[in-house]
Structure formats: C-alpha cells, structure tokens
Design a protein around this ligand. Sequence first.
Ligand code: ZN
Length: 223
Amino acid sequence: MLRATLQPHSIRAWEGLRDPSPWKLRVDLGPVGRCADTPDLTLLAFDGSGSIAASGGKDPVGNRYEEARIPLERLRRCRCGACLAGLVHFDYPAGYIAPGTLADREFQRTLQAGLRDPLDGMGVSLIGPSLTKATELAAAHPDHAARLVVFSDWELFDSFDYTARLLRFPGEVLAVGLGCTPPLSLKSESVTTLRIDHGDPPGATARALFGALVSNRPGATAH
Ligand SMILES: [Zn+2]
C-alpha cells in the first residue's frame, strides 16, 4: 500500500529553529527486507517545471527531494551489492545521475546530492526525454527488475502520447501526482498511481518511494 506525505511549513520552520543543522524528517518506513534473487533497478524522474518548483507551486511543501533522501538511504542495506538506482530529471540530460549501487557509500552521496532541481535545467514540462532515457536504461539492465518512479503535476506538453509509453515501460511504474491526480489512462497492472496533496501528513512522499523501492524485496513491509 503506497501512501504519501506533505510537510507543513510550520513544522519545518520550527524544527529549523530548534536545530541549525539541516532539517531531517523522521519517519517510520518499516523493515527493508532482503534483496530478491533478481536485483532492483529503480529510476527516479522528477518534474522540475515552474508549476511545481515555483513558490506556491504544486510540490505541497517543496519537500519531495528532502523526503526522497530517506528511503534511498535505507536501501544502503542492500546486501547483494547489485541493487541500483539512478536519477533522470525531466530536464534530462541536466542533473542526470547514471545508475549506481545503493549499497555504495560514495554513490549514495552522489545520489543524494542530485536530489534537487538541476542548476542548468530549464524547468521543462515534458516527460519525453527522461522517459526515453529511463526506458533505455531498463533495457540495458535485463538482469534487473526495473522500476520507474515519476514525481510530476502531470501538466505536460509532450507532443506524443506519453501515457502509452509509460504503460509500455519494461517494469513497474509508480506515477505520483503532486497536488493532482495522475492521468486515469495510466491505471493498469504495471502502473500504480498516487496523489499527494497539501494536508497529507509528513512522510507521505518518503513512504510512497519506500513502498516502491521494497516492493520486490522479501520480508519488507511499507508502513
Ligand atoms: Zn541488493
């Protein structure tokens, strides 16, 4: 069961006042379980367009990157050494981080540093470039169980039917709608849709991503 969260500004500000170190959300995500026989390849795609990133945008509290750090860090517990993750922003190739080993401390630093809107990004409202790259990456890792997690407000201007391409993605897809419901045409066996809104409890985004990251792991439970 995937659930999502928003971080009220008031709580964040209060935490910041209490502790000058970077604010950290603490959220109980559940046991991470064991690596499956087939290792995972999880690709994260972030929409950094103005309708989300700008002040008053649809990222409920500007918190999607902060919350994504938590479940990714938990997957450092990968013991097989073959579970991978990568970042493909809508502004691809800006901000792209090629898949690396989640168990590797150095790669975790690289991945976590990439959880932000790319400095050289244009804030495009197009999923096409990132979807093409993610599909190529999944095809290039036939020994992995591929998974694509998309965070967007789904106000997109692609000139093609991107929903059909998401439905054809060679792996599971989690389509997260920030302040909106993802297109109904995405609902299928391979695509899970989830809406995260203002007013959802803190940790919703972290829980949603954790649920996707451990969906293939025996013994894992997403709270
Ligand atoms: Zn593993």
